[in-house]
Design a protein around this ligand. Sequence first.
Ligand SMILES: Nc1ncnc2c1ncn2[C@@H]1O[C@H](COP(=O)(O)OP(=O)(O)OP(=O)(O)O)[C@@H](O)[C@H]1O
Ligand SMILES: [Mg+2]
Length: 275
Amino acid sequence: MKTVSLINMKGGVGKTTTAVNLADFLVNRESKQVLLIDVDPQFNATQCVLSGNDYIDYIKNGGYTIVDIFDSTPRISASVVVGSKQTPPTSFSDITPVKSCRGFDYIPGDLQLFKLEMAAGSGRENRLRNYLSTLSNRYDYVIIDSPPTPSVWMMSALISSDYYLIPVKPDPISMTGMDLLQGIINERADNYGFTCKCCGIILTMVDLRSNLYKEAETFFNNNARWKNLLYSKYLLKRTQVARGQLNNRFIRDLEDSALKSDFSSIVKEFIRRTT
Ligand SMILES: Nc1ncnc2c1ncn2[C@@H]1O[C@H](COP(=O)(O)OP(=O)(O)OP(=O)(O)O)[C@@H](O)[C@H]1O
Ligand SMILES: [Mg+2]
């Protein structure tokens, strides 16, 4: 079981888009068993899989979310009949990943992550890794979509992962953020003692009519740290990708053959880089 986190501290660079489509291609084109985990309080990856109404029904019916993995405190509920009642925290063995209609399993995200404060020394940042260790290698890949902030959720993702994958938009500001990102990952790796490795950089939202893509390619290929990490294919900028997400449509569902074929190459390179 290989665990890979999609990481970038810059927002809106295509982390979620890459994560959900990677899960989809790995299952449907590469016959892999995949678990997608949404640790972003914005829960965009979950929204790509489930419609708003289905998500509301899922929560109303008491479905487990990522909060159940992170929250180790007993639940207190108040009732006029029995007064306050304490129920034990959810056990990891109760949290069964949900089956998506795309063929991969997932742990839904949850806005309530915003409310879960990180208590220093509580060990909450280790809980996702501990949960994954209970799945006894049931999956070929666990793909984690993380938020764009150096939060406990992003740290949990890195602590749990063998690799991190960096989606980057080819623009000058995003490029200058790369060394800062690596600095933060290195510093946290020392503090928390995790050893996950970079399995590459994918350029996203590439517009071939602009010079920015070529400039980005030159930047990465000439940089001692990032050399050899840039994927040979990129994710083209296409309005349909953004529109499709509102209707739970993935890259594989779109008509655009260049987009699909490039993404398929990205997935094959991903498999090679994580072997
Ligand atoms: N290839 C693409 N072409 C056009 N639009 C895209 C493409 N990839 C992603 N988008 C759109 O760009 C926006 C940001 O993408 P996405 O949500 O994947 O980024 P993110 O890095 O996960 O963002 P955040 O940091 O907020 O989690 C979304 O509206 C998405 O639909
Ligand atoms: Mg996202």
